[in-house]
Ligand binder design. Structure first.
Ligand SMILES: [Zn+2]
Length: 223
């Protein structure tokens, strides 16, 4: 295996270790971990750190009447539960032990996938990520020389290269490389090389396209 140059951010690995990533992103990270010893070691360290923190927390007795006071305060307010809070609960429910690398989510071999064309030279296959709430897990196939429209992300997007390669303003991405992007980054990846670039992508919110073409095609391609 070649050297992997692009890895998840430390905070993404820490969240993964704590079981707090949504399922779509967990699949992408766990698939990267099967390829990357460096990140696997970081996750083990984060897990050990998390365990050590729990062990050093001394349980503290509640003050008399504090529970009653809590309910009194809670009763005074309308507690609004936003859709994202539902998502957060779901993420906490998600069992890390259930996280399987990509293979478990593919009903057929990569070479036999029935791709759906979404734009010239770009097709996708949406995977069922059981238990995800507001994230989507998909495979995207980009023909060599094709550039995706410039876009940013409302929240986070994790992209793992499975096959082929693409380049953008950040650098070149090849199999095993993982792009961990948030809304600071605007990019327009272009596939290059001899074969289609196939990426596994977990998107926690719709992409925000920067140009008119992107805005026009978005409702049709479902990206
Ligand atoms: Zn890594």
């Amino acid at each position: 295996m070649r050297n992997i140059r692009h890895h998840p951010k430390p905070e993404t690995l820490a969240e993964y270790a704590a079981g707090r990533l949504d399922e779509a992103r967990s699949v992408v990270v766990s698939t990267h971990l099967t390829l990357c010893k460096e990140c696997s070691r970081s996750v083990v360290d984060f897990e050990a750190l998390g365990g050590a923190c729990l062990e050093t927390v001394e349980p503290e007795a509640m003050q008399a009447g504090s529970l009653a006071a809590f309910w009194e305060r809670a009763g005074d307010q309308d507690i609004l539960v936003s859709p994202s809070m539902h998502g957060f609960e779901a993420a906490n429910d998600f069992s890390l032990s259930a996280a399987q690398p990509l293979g478990a989510y593919l009903d057929v071999d990569v070479d036999r996938i029935k791709w759906r064309a979404v734009a010239p030279g770009v097709s996708q296959h949406v995977l069922d990520a059981e238990g995800y709430r507001d994230g989507v897990l998909r495979l995207l196939k980009i023909a060599p020389g094709v550039q995706l429209p410039m876009h940013t992300h409302k929240r986070e997007e994790l992209t793992l290269i499975i096959r082929g390669a693409y380049r953008d303003a950040i650098g070149e991405f090849r199999p095993g490389d993982l792009a961990d992007l948030d809304d600071d980054i605007e990019h327009a990846p272009t596939a290059f090389g001899d074969e289609d670039c196939i990426c596994l992508i977990a998107t926690s919110a719709p992409l925000v396209f920067k140009d008119l073409i992107g805005k026009i095609v978005q409702p049709f391609v479902g990206l």
